[in-house]
Ligand binder design. Structure first.
Ligand code: PLP
Length: 478
């Protein structure tokens, strides 16, 4: 697509929007300006292409299409069928997966589909069996009374939140921690690395139905062949949530034992993050789970978002291009440059480095909480998010870490030198930030005092780099 086409398409679209609600048109323009002028280091964010973005803004948004291709609960779904088939076909080819379900609206939805599919595939309705009934009609009033306080009876073993797992991997307050009796595995306290022997020992003892692998904030690769061996030994289903690193799998940086798709029974993902598609989710499955996964809608999902499925198809087509492999490799190389930049400047990194797209900086050595560091960096135009570190003394709200990721700035064309400079700027900001005090005069975990002129100096240095790597180059709104 040429620059002039994109510029005029967006300018005209914003004019149409402005005629109805000018404040939304204005906020949309401002969001572009803000994204263009800040260092986006949020590990789960990226910049989708204009083709992906434009695909979401069509009349496919208006179509209801509950069901699956060729089996809809609504009439007139022939074009949605085309879209969904194409998105699934691209996904199967891209990931070498036997089956792809592209309807989940988000990563959390994809995980819910996976959980219910596993339960449907592997479990007799457990309470019925225990109560000696074949179906609910055989339950007595006394049986119902005994069921009133029960939710589920299956076990799930997932990575703990503070070791880098996700809320949906069995975190107790999340629905996954309520649907299942859960236990969590962590990382080795000395190295911060996954200890497969410890995971295996826990699995042998706990015997989960579901073993979940995958992470949101673990800066290292995972051996999924080993995770599958552990699952097989204890008769568990291996579910891998590759939401964060799907782009590195698609881009063939993670292959062999590091590619979850051939090893997991079910692999879930988001389609945004490192995969650089529209906001959404997807489930990839081995054939034995395909029919259960297909019931995602209406089992746990509402009607599919056809316009987003169309954008998934476009994004997957992009990811099948050779240039996406170059991009994925650059994401990982850049994360290493960022990590090295920190280490050379004396910073502390969880696990001592990275070999994926994430760098987890422990900010306690600067006397700061993650919350203070996140806010001070934002003042200086550096967008990050605070994150727990293993056994975090500051808990999940204030935290002691900052999670950084390279997918977005790599999309803009940042390379080794720029990421080294980013590390320098971040260290400069953090060394010149002091923790603040509470109203009562005690130490605060939230307030902070940024050194004079640091924010402006950092912003100027960032803008110099950002202008060399414009976001959506050639896109000019008039
Ligand atoms: N799974 C993992 C590993 C994630 O990191 C995330 C999001 O941060 C999700 C699932 C949820 O994705 P979504 O926000 O699209 O529901």
């Amino acid at each position: 697509m040429t620059d002039a086409l994109i510029s005029s398409a967006y300018t005209q679209a914003l004019e149409v929007i402005a005629q109805v609600e000018p404040r939304i048109a204005e906020a949309t323009r401002q969001e572009l300006a803000d994204q263009r002028s800040s260092l986006k280091l949020i590990a789960s964010e990226n910049y989708a292409s204009p083709a992906v973005l434009m695909t979401m803004g069509t009349w496919f948004s208006d179509k209801y299409a509950e069901g699956t291709v060729g089996h809809r609960f609504y009439a007139g779904c022939q074009n949605v069928d085309t879209v969904e088939s194409l998105a699934a076909e691209h996904a199967r080819e891209l990931f070498g997966a036997p089956y792809a379900y592209v309807q989940p609206h988000s990563g959390i939805d994809a995980n819910l589909v996976a959980f219910w599919s596993i339960l449907a595939n592997r479990v007799e309705t457990p309470t019925l069996a225990r109560l000696g009934a074949k179906n609910v009609n055989e339950l007595s009033e006394a049986d119902w009374e005994s069921l009133r306080h029960e939710f589920g009876n299956q076990r799930l073993l997932g990575m703990s939140l503070d070791a880098g797992g996700h809320l949906t991997h069995g975190f107790r307050p999340n629905i996954s921690g309520k649907m299942f009796h859960q236990q969590q595995y962590g990382t080795d306290p000395a190295t911060g690395l996954l200890d497969y022997d410890a995971v295996a020992a826990k699995a042998r003892e706990f015997k989960p139905l579901v073993l979940v692998a995958g992470y949101s904030a673990y800066p290292r690769r995972v051996n999924f062949a080993t995770m599958r061996e552990i699952a097989d030994e204890v008769g568990a289903v291996l579910m891998v949530d590759m939401a964060h690193f799907a782009g590195l799998v698609a881009g063939k940086v993670f292959t062999g034992d590091e590619d979850p798709v051939p090893h997991a029974h079910i692999t879930t993902t988001t389609t945004h993050k490192s995969l650089r598609g529209p906001r959404g989710g997807m489930v990839l499955a081995q054939e034995e789970f395909a029919a259960d996964v297909d019931r995602g809608c209406p089992m746990v999902l509402g009607g599919p978002l056809s316009h987003v499925m169309a954008a998934k198809a476009v994004a997957f087509a992009e990811a099948r291009q050779p240039s996406f492999r170059t991009y994925a490799q650059a994401v990982v190389d850049n994360a290493r440059s960022l990590a090295d930049g920190f280490l050379q400047r004396g910073a502390t990194l969880v696990t001592g480095g990275t070999d994926n797209h994430i760098v987890l900086l422990d900010v306690s050595s600067y006397g700061l909480t993650g919350r203070q560091a996140e806010s001070a960096l934002l003042d200086a135009g550096v967008v990050t998010n605070r994150n727990s570190v293993p056994a975090d003394p500051n808990g999940a709200w204030y935290t002691s870490g900052i999670r950084l990721g390279t997918p977005a700035l790599t999309t803009r064309g940042f390379g080794h030198d720029e990421f080294d400079r980013v590390a320098e700027l971040i260290v400069d900001v953090l060394t010149q930030t002091q923790p603040g005090t509470t109203k009562a005069g005690g130490p605060s975990k939230a307030s902070y005092v940024l050194g004079d002129g640091v924010a402006d100096k950092t912003k100027d240095a960032s803008v110099e780099m950002l202008e060399k790597h414009p976001l959506y180059p050639g896109l000019e709104l008039t």
